[in-house]
Design a binder for this molecule. Structure first.
Ligand SMILES: Cc1cc2nc3c(=O)[nH]c(=O)nc-3n(C[C@H](O)[C@H](O)[C@H](O)COP(=O)(O)O)c2cc1C
Length: 199
């Protein structure tokens, strides 16, 4: 089948596009509100978009708290979502008022970051401290503004739990990151790794 998502129906049970680019890593984003409330929320429209130096992005469907705080405070932290924290991650994905602190709600201990004010999730083995670089609105070819805006961050500190470093390499089997699949409740966990030498 083929369809033009701008104008043609897919005739499937759900919009398939989010099931077609998978798995999507989860950016578990910490920010701080202007009144000092610690905010934590998952974003699966997330990725590392450059290295040397690294940049990351997450896309917000309307200007949610994470986007607004990343812009107003100029900082955010990416925490790696892992299988052992899947329940807590899911709790933080609920829609809460701005004065609700999701880490408290999910009973998640936070640890101070090195260079930025938003703290990291203490039990997440990887955290990237970011400075807000720019926010890019998405505009369709017909000039219509999309609901989504892309928030880009420059990574200024990389935190790695020493316990997941083995022989000077990151041991994924000790991390078990989770990622989003297409339909609403579907996830995957990285627990199967194969190697292929580059040609
Ligand atoms: C696994 C997962 C991934 C999500 N990905 C996104 C996303 O990419 N963009 C988005 O706008 N909302 C996404 N959401 C929903 C937000 O996490 C939710 O709207 C949350 O309340 C936003 O919080 P905030 O307003 O504190 O930023 C996702 C939720 C879950 C559980």
């Amino acid at each position: 089948m083929d369809y033009d998502p701008r104008s043609e129906p897919h005739n499937l049970a759900h919009d398939p596009t989010t099931s077609l680019v998978v798995p999507r890593p989860i950016g578990w984003i910490t920010t701080i509100s202007p009144t000092g409330v610690i905010n934590l929320a998952p974003y699966s429209f997330f990725n590392l978009i450059a290295s040397h130096p690294p940049f990351v992005m997450f896309a917000s469907n309307t200007r949610k708290h994470s986007q607004r705080h990343a812009q107003s405070g100029n900082e955010f932290v990416f925490n790696l979502a892992i299988y052992d924290l899947r329940i807590e991650m899911n709790i933080t994905g609920g829609e809460y008022a701005e004065d609700v602190s999701e880490p408290e709600l999910a009973k998640l201990a936070m640890a101070p970051s090195r260079f930025v004010k938003p703290p990291r999730v203490a039990r997440s083995p990887v955290a990237l401290e970011c400075l807000h670089s720019q926010t890019v609105p998405l505009v369709s070819s017909d000039g219509k503004k999309h609901n989504y805006e892309v928030v880009i961050g420059e990574v200024v500190n990389v935190h790695i739990d020493d316990a997941v470093i083995v022989d000077r390499m990151i041991d994924m089997s000790r991390i078990r990151p989770i990622a989003r699949l297409g339909y609403r409740g579907d996830y995957t966990v990285v627990d199967n790794i194969f190697e292929m030498k580059r040609v």
